[in-house]
Design a protein around this ligand. Structure first.
Ligand SMILES: Nc1nc2c(c(=O)[nH]1)N[C@H]1C(S)=C(S)[C@@H](COP(=O)(O)OP(=O)(O)OC[C@H]3O[C@@H](n4cnc5c(N)ncnc54)[C@H](O)[C@@H]3O)O[C@H]1N2
Ligand code: MOO
Length: 390
């Protein structure tokens, strides 16, 4: 076995090695969850015109003001407010030329439907052109993940399409003849916990899952499965077979296929046998090998797959959060310890059932607190935190 690379270096290495996939324009609703390939530049000033922020009257000169017209939201009215006149105005309407003040409906008195009087307002009741942004201003850099908030901003500043990176296509290959696809475990067989769960995590990481297949525990079946998966995908994600047991065929498969390791084992507990490699051939596909123990597989996902998918999407290395610990967390010697935790108002609480083969902790966790090599983390200290994909 090779010497393990540190947990932090492993994340950085796979992210740095990934070249972003091409960008292309897609209609706004389809861009949700994808990553911007180009900066978001506003096509107009925001707002694009002086916009009334209240229902009321646009006036000029001293009171009383003679009511001369009306302007509603959406009107491109050429009405002008001259001294001594008022124009009835709706929230969102263009403020007419000549307006000195906009008076709220509730402050005004109107006589005979034609004369308006009111005290002058203390503040400007409209949003001036460009208050939020000037035309051509860069609002977001490339690499930002498109959220509903980004979509709203893009629409507001005039875009019909957004240039986003193609979502990485992931083919999942699950190894393990002991795995059952239905019914209760027993008699040496366990249920496949990863085939049903990894697609959901992967989609939360912005990937498109194109296939989930099972490969038998032979070298030939592994080779065929990885080759077929690589032919259609940007990333082959495998589970199990990362060690060197009698039916652990991943390393021999990678040797046969001529793969090059970017990461081969990581100094992290649980989950150390995880790996990342590039596969030769057109398009230089990727392979991430997650350990078979299900919690270790999730740690492999957040350690290697998440940074790789970010890199392929042109997004920055996913940042770590910082949390305060509500209990002591031991270190793991020269390895980084990732401990399942839930975030509570009292701080991060690590969870029981945290064995690498167990899933009760995974099912209730918000993420993992990180205790770096050679340290332990007492109650009340701040530590880094890697969230579950969300
Ligand atoms: N001699 C040693 N043996 C093992 C060591 C070690 O240091 N020396 N490390 C252990 C650790 S830690 C891990 S993690 C596993 C990693 O092994 P593999 O990636 O080769 O995984 P498998 O052997 O295929 O499976 C391990 C375990 O997980 C169960 N499994 C596998 N896939 C699934 C799935 N899709 N759903 C549910 N459970 C799954 C499998 O049945 C095994 O129990 O190696 C240890 N061994
Ligand atoms: O490191 Mo293993 O990955 O503890 O379960």
């Amino acid at each position: 076995m090779t010497d393990p690379i540190s947990w932090d270096d492993a994340r950085a290495a796979v992210h740095a090695a990934a070249t972003p996939l091409p960008g292309r324009p897609v209609p706004l609703p389809e861009a949700d969850g994808a990553v911007l390939a180009t900066p978001l530049v506003t096509l107009t000033a925001l707002p694009a015109f002086d916009t009334s922020s209240v229902d009321g009257y646009a006036i000029a000169g001293p009171a009383p003001w003679r009511l001369v017209g009306q302007v509603l939201a959406g009107d491109a009215s050429e009405i002008t407010v001259t001294s001594g006149t008022a124009v009835e105005i709706a929230t969102g309407a263009m403020v007419p030329v000549g307006t000195e003040h906009v008076i709220r409906l509730e402050s005004a008195e109107v006589e005979n439907c034609s004369w308006v009087t009111a005290p002058l307002p203390e503040k400007q009741e409209w949003r001036p052109t460009g208050e939020e942004a000037a035309a051509g201003e860069v609002l977001l850099p490339p690499g930002v993940r498109v959220t509903p908030g980004v979509l709203a901003l893009a629409a507001a500043c005039g875009h019909d399409v957004l240039a986003v990176r193609r979502r990485p296509r992931v083919a999942l290959v699950v190894f393990g003849d002991e795995l059952l696809d239905s019914g209760p475990p027993g008699a040496g067989r366990v249920r496949d916990a990863l085939g049903p769960s990894l697609p959901g995590w992967l989609r939360r990481l912005g990937a498109e899952v194109i296939s989930v297949t099972r490969a038998a525990d032979t070298l030939e079946a592994h080779e065929t499965a990885v080759r077929d998966a690589a032919a259609q995908s940007d990333l082959v994600l495998t589970t199990g077979g990362t060690m060197h047991g009698p039916v652990d065929h991943l390393h021999p498969t990678l040797a046969t296929l001529g793969a090059s390791y970017v990461v081969d084992t990581v100094a992290v507990r649980p989950g150390f046998p995880m790996l990342t490699a590039t596969l030769p051939g057109p398009g230089a596909g990727w392979l991430v090998g997650l350990p078979g123990n299900p919690q270790s597989a999730v740690i492999g996902l957040v350690t290697l797959a998440a940074p790789l998918l970010a890199g392929l999407s042109g997004a920055p290395l996913p940042p770590l959060a910082s949390v305060q610990l509500a209990n002591d967390v031991p270190g793991r010697g020269t390895f980084t310890h990732l401990a399942l935790a839930r975030l509570t108002p009292d701080g991060a609480v690590t969870l029981p059932h945290a064995g690498s083969a167990m899933l009760r902790g995974v099912a209730g966790a918000d993420g993992f607190v990180i205790v770096r090599p050679g340290t332990s983390a007492p109650t009340g200290t701040r530590v880094d935190f890697v969230p579950m994909p969300s």
